[in-house]
Design a protein around this ligand. Sequence first.
Ligand SMILES: Nc1ncnc2c1ncn2[C@@H]1O[C@H](COP(=O)(O)OP(=O)(O)OP(=O)(O)O)[C@@H](O)[C@H]1O
Length: 607
Amino acid sequence: MRTSWADSADNSANGSGNSNAWAPRAAYVPPHLRNRTMSSEAPAAAAAGTAVAASLPANDRVNHGGSIPHHGGYFKADNGRQGYGSGFQSGGGGGWNGRGAGRDRGRREVNPFENDEAEEQSLGEQENTGINFEAYDDIPVETSGENVPPPVNTFAEIDLGEALNQNIQRCKYVKPTPVQRYAIPISLAGRDLMACAQTGSGKTAAFCFPIISGIMREQYVQRPRVARTAFPLALILSPTRELSCQIHDEAKKFSYQTGVKVVVAYGGAPINQQLRELERGVDILVATPGRLVDLLERARVSLQMIRYLALDEADRMLDMGFEPQIRKIVEQMDMPPPGMRQTLLFSATFPKEIQRLASDFLASYVFLAVGRVGSSTDLIAQRVEYVLESDKRSHLMDLLHAQRENGISGKQGLTLVFVETKKGADALEHCLCVNGFPAASIHGDRTQQERELALRSFKTGITPILVATDVAARGLDIPRVAHVVNFDLPNDIDDYVHRIGRTGRAGKMGLATAFFNESNLSLAKPLADLMQEANQEVPAWLTRYAARAAYGGGNRNRRSGGSRFGGRDFRRDNSTNKGTDYYGGSGGGGYGNYGGGYGQGVTSAWD
Ligand SMILES: Nc1ncnc2c1ncn2[C@@H]1O[C@H](COP(=O)(O)OP(=O)(O)OP(=O)(O)O)[C@@H](O)[C@H]1O
């Protein structure tokens, strides 16, 4: 049985009006029905801890106990579908050994645009009629490296190939986004690239178009004939299963009727189906690192024919959580070395230390920064509120309640709530559901099927609230996410940038709200700096916390001290100034002072 947002709003407003068997009586009391006023004003920084602790919220008293049926079962009933791992239909002509010569001939290529049209119709609106390009005017762009190819202004200026051009039209991309204007010509010229551009600015197409176009041009590539081993020409790696699936879906659209065959491989899904797809032929393999290592060790994939290597979320892929696996894949298997392949690294954030590491994988590369490296976009209105741990749930429900009353960005807006731990995600999802706010949750302890169900139920608006750990922080492109709430702030400002980047995408506006308290001291300065840089109003109390943190109190953030945005191409810093942020950041700390590296910050949510 489905419950719409409007239904639950009615039920919640009527108090006892909820007749759904799955939902128990709501414990949440909206603000206007309470006899106390809630203030989001923060206490003076110094006195914050105890002063507010005394005023515990009236409504943070959810009963987590026994008799409540688990909401997970309810959502599953509505959303049963095949996982990503099953049922992919392959493109015509995808070759086992070269396109057009493969085992896959004769299989009809499913039109990947069919669903888009159905979805648009069901939403009653055009979701992707084009990007708001004015939003990107005056965006600072920096390129460095030798003989950087010039940017283009239109797709027509670039010879991507007829079939790909048609798919660009089917995607309703009218003009290239700024990162596409620069990155596509650079990549088409055969150059390696390290590209930084803001969240939601079209990086996926920026690396997919040149790869697809390049493979289309190669006409016929002779690949070794080894039974049951696939020899992809391009490898796209991303940190999470969901992101790999999303890139795969996009790449399938871009490569429709081009003869270029795209396959995805990721953990948590049955490997046999993926093996069968690989056996049918693959030109572009999209994968998460763990599953790819498995396939390489089984000798079911060889990288010896790789012409193109793309790392999406490249800084995450090269941090301490993933670096060993990436080095194994790129350096210790049979992949051609830098110079013999083309390597494309993309992210919204690119700390200096990671840039330095990444340069091992590149040959004579171009560095491209569109917008300020690691900054958030002006399209996202950022709010930060002082909320004690004990007040967070009631405060969140107040926000959601107000949102329900007043609407956010149209009535179908979705809200993504980030928490720090998997247990926290479960508990908050439960709390929201029993209080009449339909929510799902996604984190690393969920089975892949549960993760996909949660995401789908969120995207379709059945549960317009998704509680997530950092597993959903990067790359996911869900157009109707109107509000991101950092219920628990991350320890790292880059993670914050990626999280809030789930809204305000493709030129659309978004809202991000963060709950800050004493446990987030280390983030005070980078957060205040980031907000200031994005022309956001910084509350006076946060400025005070930031000043306090800057003078030594509790500032353990690895990006603290002015190094946060990575600034620009680290190669420039080696030869010129060492202490001034190129983009006018707060300065003082120089670049790359990460101290202990990335170890402690790596979350287990990643695949
Ligand atoms: N040229 C274009 N015109 C219109 N829309 C576009 C264009 N290029 C990309 N888009 C759309 O913009 C949205 C964001 O793109 P994408 O997911 O590639 O962003 P991203 O830069 O990779 O973000 P993130 O840093 O969060 O991973 C997508 O919905 C995509 O379809």
